[in-house]
Design a protein around this ligand. Structure first.
Ligand code: BG6
Length: 481
């Protein structure tokens, strides 16, 4: 019996429908939901962009995109069936071309979502024109992507542009990390079990580590990246969201505003981070490999492609328990995980020779999604009371069988949530602003001081100094492997 619940019939308009994100992520995600039977009836997906295409050309472009970016799911017949739901309108975001035609296409009484897969500088113009052409009613939802602003002032301006014509309940700000299966599972584990929550505080948790390591460099998107750096590209959004879910108080209900209120409180409780608690890095190969400066084409760039930092949350639950965040490009392996490192037992009855042990709950986002809990047991055999740490494996594929194998990816999940009208996994405007309010002084500090990132070898675990960040506290990073 399929557990897929079809969503209501919808019209989804994708501004920037011929762009990279649409071809690479959005349309392949919709195709997979279509294949799984979630997109029933005569739902329509309408590409809207500046270039002049026929519907057939758009369908062809998307079919090729699916073939290129999701070859495993590609099936010519299915794709043809799927693309028959696709239409195209040539629209000029800043002019009048196409708006009437678009309004006619989406005039029915059904859920209507507009995906702004375009530069943020166009958000205001799009919102305004949707309004002028009668498409901004209560059936309408707006989907926007990061980067949501460059700093607090620009994020505020974007929020105001959208708020001029739409209620907050109509705005879906995507952070695709929230759509990752394990990230949602983190909430299930925290709030669905009696076992963890009583220990989930500074009294029992020594520290928390969040690592998002990537092997890719910034080649290809240097122009965007060099203006952002790891802080704006990853920490202010993806790592911040992970931190919130790990640290928030239990919401009263798993409902959009209950969850987002708790996340906001965490962000507001973050302490300012002193410069000594941050290490910035930039990949730089002494040998042949291109280094960051080649990738962005600017030999003087001071943008960081790596960051490690110690973060403190000033509240009752977490006072005294730091969180260490780390993310970077061109590192040794692609691995993302959260590790909750518990304190040692107050007294070892087995004596010093039994070694030091602690429980670690590891939540792996990728690869090998899953969780394990390290527990200390007796090493089997006659050798006396020797202790060893073993993982209690909570990997879903094994425990749940085939059901766990076909997990929708983040975009599939999030786009369907938009159609269902569920904002739980989307960022609220005040959350984004609070995250910028925390990040801005850090970035301003670097600019004022002319701070230079430390070089690190591609394929390494980042600059040496990032190890020191932990060592000086008598702790160490988990291995990136
Ligand atoms: C994006 C960043 O938001 O997330 C990229 O702009 C980064 O720089 C990507 O590579 C990482 O996403 P994922 O899902 O591959 O971990």
């Amino acid at each position: 019996v399929s557990r897929v619940i079809p969503v209501d019939t919808f019209d989804l308009v994708i501004f920037g429908g011929t762009g990279d994100l649409a071809r690479r992520k959005i349309l392949p995600a919709l195709y997979r939901r279509f294949c799984s039977g979630q997109m029933e009836g005569d739902s329509r997906i309408i590409g809207a962009a500046r270039s002049d295409h026929t519907a057939e050309e758009f369908q062809q472009l998307i079919a090729e995109g699916i073939k290129e970016f999701d070859p495993k799911a590609y099936d010519a017949e299915k794709v043809a069936e799927f693309t028959s739901h696709l239409d195209y309108v040539h629209v000029d975001a800043l002019g009048e071309t196409g708006w009437k035609a678009l309004a006619e296409k989406v005039s029915g009484d059904r859920v209507r979502a507009f995906y702004f897969s375009v530069a943020p500088s166009l958000f205001g113009a799009l919102a305004e024109r949707l309004h002028t052409h009668g498409m901004a009613d209560s059936n309408t939802r707006i989907v926007v992507e990061k980067p949501f602003g460059h700093d607090l002032a620009s994020a505020r301006a974007l929020n105001q542009d959208l708020a001029a014509h739409f209620d907050e309940s109509q705005v879906y700000r995507i952070d695709h990390y929230l759509g990752k299966e394990t990230v949602q599972n983190l909430m299930a584990v925290r709030f669905g079990n009696m076992l963890f929550e009583p220990l989930w505080n500074a009294q029992y948790v020594d520290h928390i580590q969040i690592t998002v390591a990537e092997t890719v460099g910034v080649g290809g998107r240097g122009e965007y990246y060099d203006k952002s750096g790891a802080m704006r590209d990853m920490v202010q959004n993806h790592l911040m969201q992970l931190l919130c879910l790990i640290a928030m108080e239990p919401p009263a209900r798993f409902e959009p505003d209950a969850v987002r209120d708790e996340k906001l409180k965490v962000i507001r409780a973050l302490e300012a981070v002193p410069a000594d608690d941050i290490v910035r890095g930039q990949y730089s190969a002494a040998g042949k490999q291109p280094n960051y400066l080649d990738d962005v084409g600017d030999p003087t760039s001071r943008t960081e492609s790596f960051i490690a930092m110690k973060v403190k949350i000033s509240n009752w639950r977490w006072a005294g328990t730091p969180l260490y965040l780390r993310t970077g490009k061109k590192l040794k392996a692609r691995t993302s995980e959260i590790a909750v490192v518990f304190k040692q037992t107050p007294h070892s009855i087995f004596g010093p020779e039994s070694g030091s042990h602690r429980n670690i709950l590891t939540i792996r986002l990728q690869p090998n999604e899953g969780m394990d809990l390290g527990v200390t047991i007796k090493e089997p055999g006659p050798g006396g009371m020797r202790l060893v740490d073993v993982p209690l494996d909570m990997t879903f594929a094994e425990a749940l069988g085939p059901d766990a194998e076909d997990v929708p990816d983040a975009y599939e999940r999030l786009i369907m949530d938009v159609i269902r009208g569920n904002q739980t996994l989307f960022m609220r405007g005040d959350e984004v602003e609070a995250a910028w309010a925390w990040a801005d002084p850090i970035i301003d500090g670097w600019e004022q001081r002319g701070d230079r990132p430390m070089p690190y070898d591609p394929g390494s675990t980042g600059p040496e100094e990032s190890m020191m960040l932990m060592h000086k506290d008598g702790r160490r990073w988990r291995e990136i492997k």
